[in-house]
Design a protein around this ligand. Structure first.
Ligand code: GDP
Ligand code: MG
Length: 372
């Protein structure tokens, strides 16, 4: 009997204890206290936090950003020539690995040079010379051969003067010509920035691309950013008149430099080359002086761009080339063909869309960057 009573008492105690624990758990849940969370602390949220708000879309001309541009370091050419270097290093690696100079060596070098768009004519000449040299000097070492190739490539690009000419005392005009989309307006912005920040020159931009209003807007954005003045005309207006007005303003206000943008196409049936000659004539009248006419060429167009470039070079009295978009192409070797075929120095190269991404061209640095 006592045993039965003991069982009943234990059972009742167990039920009571279970009920008590259940109440505690429920009350903790109600307060948000869960297993492992000390009382008094907030439980972690059971649902993921709401997603962060979408970033605002990039404004037009995002390469420029907002506000005045800080003047920074230019990037290295080598860091931007990745595509051309990769292509070349594959072949050159093969040549070096073979240890001797044989028929495959010449095939590899030919494919490498054509691959980076040095061009058929230049490649043929260079390789014929190298074959002669290998024979005459009994060169056996592929490393010596690639060194000679590098030297010869640099030789093909020799120009004594790659400076941007400036004559103190009068407003200098630098004219930018080239087909649509090659990077004229961007190049003007980048150059203006350096001229204002480094050379301390005062700059007036002339929005001579009157084909679309957006072209002048794009230039105006650069003018604001780099602290330059701008003269613009009506959409579809006479580009010579815009350049004339800019030159007049520069003369009246004692500004150093007019950077004149032009269109790569025209509304009217007037021949583009005739229009460029007219702009040049107008800009070259005293007191102003056209001290540079820079032909802008897009490296990604490779050998095709060369034919167009020849037309401009003949018509516009070009004094130098700006080769843009070297960063986006394996066809960097076009820089050899341009200087050899057009007989014009490449003065600057564009290696990106940002304000710092325009650097003076140096053939040694270029060849080193390609082969290393
Ligand atoms: N990657 C790269 N893009 C460039 C370079 N130069 C210009 N661009 C881009 O090429 C496009 C056309 O440039 P723009 O200056 O408007 O050409 P324009 O029609 O000759 O005035 C723009 O998107 C530029 O940002 C360069 O050196 N590298
Ligand atoms: Mg433009």
């Amino acid at each position: 009997m006592a045993f039965v009573i003991l069982i009943v008492v234990l059972f009742v105690a167990a039920v009571a204890a279970g009920a008590f624990v259940g109440v505690r758990v429920r009350s903790r849940r109600a307060r948000g206290d869960l297993e492992g969370t000390p009382p008094g602390e907030k439980a972690p949220p059971t649902r993921p936090p709401p997603p962060a708000p979408e970033p605002a879309p990039e404004p037009a001309g995002e390469a420029l950003g907002e506000g005045p541009l800080p003047v920074g370091e230019a990037p290295s050419l080598r860091s931007r020539l990745g595509k051309a270097r990769n292509l070349l290093s594959g072949y050159v690696g093969g040549v070096l690995a073979r240890g001797t100079i044989d028929a495959s060596t010449w095939d590899d070098l030919e494919e490498a040079l054509l691959g980076v768009d040095v061009g058929v004519a230049t490649t043929d000449v260079l390789l014929a010379e190298l074959r002669g040299l290998v024979k005459a000097e009994r060169i056996k070492d592929p490393a010596r051969l690639t060194d000679v190739l590098k030297e010869r490539l640099v030789d093909e690009m020799r120009f004594d003067d790659r400076s941007l000419h400036f004559e103190p005392g009068v407003p200098n005009v630098w004219l930018f010509v080239g087909v649509n989309g090659v990077g004229k307006t961007t190049t003007i912005g980048k150059i203006a920035r350096r001229q204002v920040a480094d050379e301390r020159r005062t700059v007036v931009m002339a929005a001579g691309d009157t084909f679309r209003a957006a072209a002048a807007d794009q230039l105006e954005l650069w003018a604001q950013r780099v602290d330059a003045e701008i003269v613009r005309g009506a959409e579809g207006g006479d580009p010579s008149a815009v350049v004339f007005d800019a030159v007049q303003r520069a003369a009246a206000r004692g500004r150093d430099l007019v950077l004149a943008d032009t269109a790569g196409r025209l509304h009217t049936r007037i021949n583009l080359m005739e229009e460029l000659k007219k702009i040049r004539r107008v800009a070259d009248r005293p007191p102003a002086k056209v001290s540079e006419t820079l032909l802008v060429i897009d490296a990604t167009t490779g050998q095709n761009g060369l034919a167009q470039a020849r037309q401009f070079a003949d018509a516009a009295g070009v004094t130098g080339v700006v080769l843009t978009k070297l960063d986006g192409t394996a066809r960097g070797g076009i820089v050899v063909a341009i200087q050899r075929d057009l007989g014009l120095p490449v003065k600057l190269v564009g290696i990106g869309e940002g304000p710092e991404d325009l650097i003076p061209f140096d053939p040694e640095e270029f060849v080193e960057a390609l082969f290393s």
